[in-house]
Design a binder for this molecule. Sequence first.
Ligand SMILES: [Cu+2]
Length: 135
Amino acid sequence: MRALRCVLLVMCVACDGGGETPPTEDAPGILGTEGTVLFSVREVAPTQQGSNTFNALLKSARESAPLTDADITVEVTMPAHGHSSSTIPVVRNLGEGRYDVDQVVFTMPGTWEVVWHVVTTSGIHDHQTYSYEIE
Ligand SMILES: [Cu+2]
């Protein structure tokens, strides 16, 4: 059931449109699958085959405070084909709960999933999956 709910949330995000503005303090965010982190993830330019950059604002769900010390791992896969990307994304902490992820490489057209895993020193752990249709 948890997996299904995750997919439904992802669909809403994918339909969000726009995507050129970095997340602001007012971005509502969506709750991670563990319910502890609010994720606001945007692509900095329309997603395309090749390399993409994403910008995220991460907040703790409980206090709504920016997560400034998140250790982020970003996984890029193509579930229908059972393979991942050829490149490991590069995460940069911009401070105040904002992070850039560069080199999210979609190597072919189709449906790709980008999974954000977040761990903090204060013991928060959560993840969220975003889905992208690449032409
Ligand atoms: Cu593929």
